[in-house]
Design a protein. Structure first.
Length: 136
């Protein structure tokens, strides 16, 4: 029974990768629609193994003609924003579990450094015989 389930699963996976492209998007790639602050968009195809740094470099090296006004000086300052969060350079698209063969929207901004992660501010007070912890 377990072997049958595994073979059914393998067939299901195999079929997923043999599907015909829809609207020119290959099933085994991730289509990223990148949006600039200006509102201009462009779509690029990437592998699930591509990292945010790989994507920034590719976009920089293949900067669209209609984005000429927003051209940046280096790929190292390009940052991707996905679901409201900045992506660090080593994060891969596969780690984000983005659907293969589908279009995912991300923002692309020029920023020298990433913001610090949110952390709660904790203060500890000693008041005579007791301790008080205050979280903001």
């Amino acid at each position: 029974m377990l072997i049958k389930r595994n073979s059914e699963y393998q067939i299901s996976i195999k079929r997923r990768f043999e599907l015909m492209p829809k609207a020119g998007i290959l099933v085994y790639k991730i289509n990223l629609r990148l949006i600039l602050v200006s509102g201009k968009t462009k779509e690029f195809l990437f592998s699930p193994n591509d990292s945010a740094a790989d994507i920034a470099k590719h976009v920089y090296d293949n900067w669209p003609m209609d984005w000429e006004e927003e051209q940046v000086s280096s790929p190292s300052i390009l940052r991707l924003i996905y679901q409201g969060r900045f992506l660090h350079g080593n994060v891969t698209l596969g780690a984000l579990k983005l659907p293969l063969g589908k279009t995912t929207v991300m923002h692309l901004v020029a920023r020298e450094t990433l913001p610090e992660p949110n952390s709660q501010e904790v203060q500890v007070f000693h008041t005579g015989s007791s301790w008080r912890i205050w979280m903001r």
